[in-house]
Design a protein around this ligand. Structure first.
Ligand code: ADP
Length: 360
């Protein structure tokens, strides 16, 4: 059961309130002035404070303000007490950080109900904070695990690939057709594992790196992306259009990754025989920039619009469309690190629009 501090300059009020709450099983402390209350709170934090508005020297609003300005005491709920005859400035009380108020003469049931509500809320808030911390901790652990595993797997895989390549180079001509095929299979699976590990490593690394923001011209970013995608653009005879892109505060390397993954997908997920037409636009809104990457590709069924942003989620086999299923998970993580959002709208068979926001 929580400990309640009552602050009131009238001993009678203190006595009445204290009696009501003690009867309910609460441990009650009392203070007759703002100054003595602050000293008492600093010595030991109460769960809830009942605070008289009208007191000589330091009034309730001032006491509350001092408590709210101090991170150690800012979370303690303050319930203001005022006489019904007083014109209590309720807005001022809430502005000062009060969570509720009770009026004199005290109605026992009301006092108990208001205190219990705050106790319950506070308990829930503590649980929420604790769960959040636990979640953050386990997320961090999972990221560290993914990083360590993918990092440690790289070396032995590289050695295996090295030996397989050596075998192929030295013995391809002496081996029978089936053995050569097996060896080619080993090399292909090895390459795929390397891709997955590298993807996982860059995904896990995102949480570890310093998140530095620079003034970034998106047109320059798009120029870099198109250069990186030059080969597949030429192979697929793709047309990529963009205009009036803004300058934003962003991590340049990460923004290249976002655009490259999204435009790379827009070129990749296109039916046989159709030339990819990709349009990149940016619209300024009240508090952010809305980017959109429009494509004329195969589209995505409504039931998959959310899941494709999860790690390793793919809707196709590697034979139809190669990939790791990490691109969009990386995009989402980067956009969220920038305090933005990412989502997609799509019409199967016609095309998709991937949207993401960045704070303006
Ligand atoms: P990858 O491209 O490596 O498969 P992503 O995480 O980039 O992985 O994408 C996940 C899945 O979402 C893809 O496998 C594909 O099924 C779907 N997808 C992504 N972009 C598009 C797009 N522009 N059009 C249609 N489907 C897409």
């Amino acid at each position: 059961m929580g400990d309640i501090l009552i602050i009131d300059d009238m001993p009678d009020n203190l006595r009445v309130l204290s009696a009501i709450l003690t009867k309910q099983g609460y441990k009650v402390r009392k203070a007759l002035s703002g100054q003595s209350a602050i000293a008492s709170i600093q010595a030991s934090l109460p769960s809830i404070i009942l605070l008289d508005v009208r007191m000589p020297e330091m009034d309730g609003y001032a006491v509350c303000q001092i408590l709210k300005d101090n991170p150690r005491t800012s979370r303690i709920p303050v319930i203001f007490i005022s006489a019904l005859s007083d014109v209590m400035d309720k807005v001022k009380a809430f502005d000062a950080g009060g969570v509720d108020y009770i009026t004199k003469p005290f109605q026992e049931a009301e006092v108990i109900a208001r205190v219990e509500t705050q106790m319950r809320l506070q308990k829930l808030q503590h649980q929420l904070i604790q769960r959040n911390e636990e979640l953050l901790h386990s997320n961090r652990e999972l990221e560290q695990f993914a990083y360590a595993v993918s990092h440690d797997l790289q070396q032995p895989l590289q050695t295996m690939m090295g030996f397989a390549k050596l075998l192929m180079m030295k013995h391809e001509t002496h081996l029978d057709k089936t053995s050569v095929e097996h060896l080619a299979g080993i090399l292909e699976s090895g390459r795929r594992s390397q891709q997955l590990i590298q993807g996982l490593l860059s995904y896990a690394q995102l949480g570890h790196q310093e998140h530095e923001l620079d003034t970034t011209d998106c047109t320059v970013i798009l120029d870099i992306v198109l250069e990186n995608l030059e080969t597949s653009i030429a192979e697929k005879n793709a047309s990529i259009t963009y205009e009036n892109l803004p300058v934003v505060q962003a991590n340049q390397v990460q923004l290249v990754q976002v655009f490259q993954n999204l435009i790379g997908n827009a070129i990749k997920f296109v039916p046989e025989g159709r030339s990819p037409q990709v349009l990149v636009t940016a619209t300024q809104r009240e508090t952010d920039w809305l980017f959109a990457i429009h494509d004329n590709g195969i589209g995505i069924e409504a039931s998959h619009l959310k899941s494709i942003f999860e790690i390793f989620q793919r809707l196709h086999t590697a034979e139809n469309y190669p990939g790791t299923g990490l691109g969009l998970a990386i995009c989402r993580k980067i956009v969220e690190l920038h305090r933005g959002r990412i989502w997609v709208e799509s019409q199967p068979g016609v095309g998709s629009v991937f949207y993401f926001t960045l704070p303006a």
